[in-house]
Design a protein around this ligand. Structure first.
Ligand code: SAM
Length: 175
């Protein structure tokens, strides 16, 4: 996709691409793939990449879980970012949550040894649930060296910050 060999980071559920654009501008040596299932949002990301000549930012309109499970070569990714994934708070909808134990294993196959899976969310119950799902995987180790402080903001982060919501962040390193 990029015509060059460089570390690849995936932003899953990238929204309008504010975060992916900022990362791609700041880190030209990394290839970024923004994955978004809504066409309107995917188009906005593509426009940001073209307008800013960001040859290191591509967008795919596709389901996150399908992309990670079926389209990523083994050990091909340096990192996966999940920012404010839909929390699906109702018990009967929890099967729709992207970060669950099946995803943990699919992501472990796609991420290279030493690579990161980073989660940021405003949903405390989902955060705790996701941490439990990840703890059951032997492939991932919590990485306290990642605090998220250097992360650029995103449109949902801006929204939640205005509302004064608490944020929860954690990263796991591929064993
Ligand atoms: C709450 S928004 C967060 C957007 C962005 N990450 C941010 O921080 O502003 C969640 C985004 O994930 C997308 N999304 C939800 N489920 C998805 C899936 N299964 N595959 C791809 N995108 C998905 C939604 O369309 C939406 O744009």
């Amino acid at each position: 996709m990029f015509g060059r060999s460089a570390p690849v980071e995936i932003d899953l559920g990238a929204g309008d691409g504010v975060y992916a654009e900022a990362r791609a501008k700041r880190e030209p040596g990394t290839n970024f793939v923004a994955v978004e299932r809504l066409l309107g949002r995917a188009k906005k990301i593509a426009k940001k990449a073209v307008r800013n000549d960001l040859v290191n930012l591509k967008v795919l309109r596709i389901e996150s879980w399908y992309f990670i499970k079926n389209l990523c070569a083994p050990e091909s990714l340096a990192a996966i970012t999940l920012r404010y994934p839909d929390p699906w708070p109702k018990r009967r909808h929890q099967g729709n949550r992207i970060l669950n134990r099946n995803f943990a294993e699919d992501a472990a196959r796609a991420v290279a040894r030493g690579g990161l899976l980073k989660l940021t969310t405003d949903a405390s119950e989902y955060f705790e649930w996701a941490c439990r799902e990840m703890a059951d995987s032997v492939s991932w180790i919590p990485d306290s060296s990642w605090t998220g402080e250097r992360e650029p903001t995103s449109e949902f982060e801006e929204l939640f910050a205005k509302e004064g919501r608490e944020l929860y962040r954690r990263a796991w390193r591929k064993a």
